[in-house]
Design a protein. Structure first.
Length: 267
């Protein structure tokens, strides 16, 4: 039975422990009943090459030289569940919500397909259903329904070496700080997500400088929503009118897809 979560939760990915097994990627697909998409080999073992509307998390394979040997860094990426999410601030119909438990949830039935969230997100997370008749955006949910049920996210549960830990935000942050203190030769002195974009509910520890393994390190440490609306207001058309039109289209689109769905059930 769902319980009321009063303490914000967080997840920490310790990249020094990740073995690149992709168990998290498979568990996420499985739990969220996402379809697969055909991929092509591009000379890199990251597959698919980026998150997409059916893939909420991927494990990036970064190959580099370390003391003349080939070494790998494995980087699991997903929504960071920002404390002050720019996606929620940018969405004109309130399809995103930052919940008290930590997850930034998303209601696709409200989405009007404007893709402002995609422009606003500093981490490039929301992905559009380009191949669907009635497209909306998709992203990791932090397994909000599992958390509400007192469980950990599916990806965390599946991780064989416990490279991801989950729990109360304060405890997870304290654990990250303690690991750096206890092993200064192993970790760089940076908890990614502690301050980026005003802080996020997902954080990372690494032995390699974050900017060398694909992380954006130029993200402001102040919350982004204030900046977001300023940027979007510059878009040269009447946003209010456009939103009203798109909302009307979304209403009829969703009504249409509901009718089709009902017909399929009846048929
Ligand atoms: S990472 Fe992007 S999609 Fe996720 S909560 Fe932050 S702004 Fe929103
Ligand atoms: S928290 Fe849930 S939705 Fe997000 S990556 Fe993990 S399994 Fe997927
Ligand atoms: S399940 Fe854990 S060890 Fe395996 S790829 Fe994901 S984060 Fe890394």
């Amino acid at each position: 039975m769902a319980t009321t979560i009063l303490t914000p939760k967080a997840a920490l990915i310790d990249l020094t422990k990740c073995i690149g097994c992709r168990g998290c990627q498979v568990a996420c697909k499985n739990w969220n009943a996402r379809a697969t998409k055909k991929t092509v080999m591009t000379g890199n073992f990251t597959s698919p090459g980026d998150m997409n509307s059916e893939t909420y998390t991927i494990v990036k394979y970064i190959e580099h030289d370390k003391a003349q040997d080939v070494a790998w860094d494995f980087i699991k990426v997903q929504c960071m569940h920002c404390k002050n999410p720019a996606c929620a601030s940018a969405c004109p119909v309130g399809a995103f919500t930052k919940t008290a438990a930590g997850p930034v949830t998303y209601e696709p039935e409200k989405c009007i397909g404007c893709r402002y969230c995609m422009m606003a997100c500093p981490f490039g997370v929301p992905k559009y259903e380009w191949d669907k008749k009635y497209p909306v955006v998709q992203k990791c949910t932090f397994c909000a329904e599992r958390i509400a049920d007192g469980q950990m996210p599916a990806c965390v549960k599946s991780c064989p070496p416990n490279a991801i830990i989950f729990g109360d935000y304060d405890r997870i942050l304290a654990e990250a700080e303690q690991r750096i203190k206890d092993h200064p030769g192993l970790y760089i002195d940076h908890i990614y997500g502690k301050n980026e974009a005003g802080g996020t509910s997902w954080m990372y520890l690494s032995s390699t400088a974050f900017d060398t393994i694909g992380f954006k390190t130029n993200i402001p440490t102040k919350p982004l929503p204030d900046l977001t609306w300023g940027m979007l207001r510059e878009i040269p058309y009447k946003v209010g009118g456009l939103v009203a039109v798109l909302a009307a289209i979304a209403y009829f689109r969703n009504r249409g897809s509901r009718v089709e769905s009902d017909k399929e059930k009846e048929g």
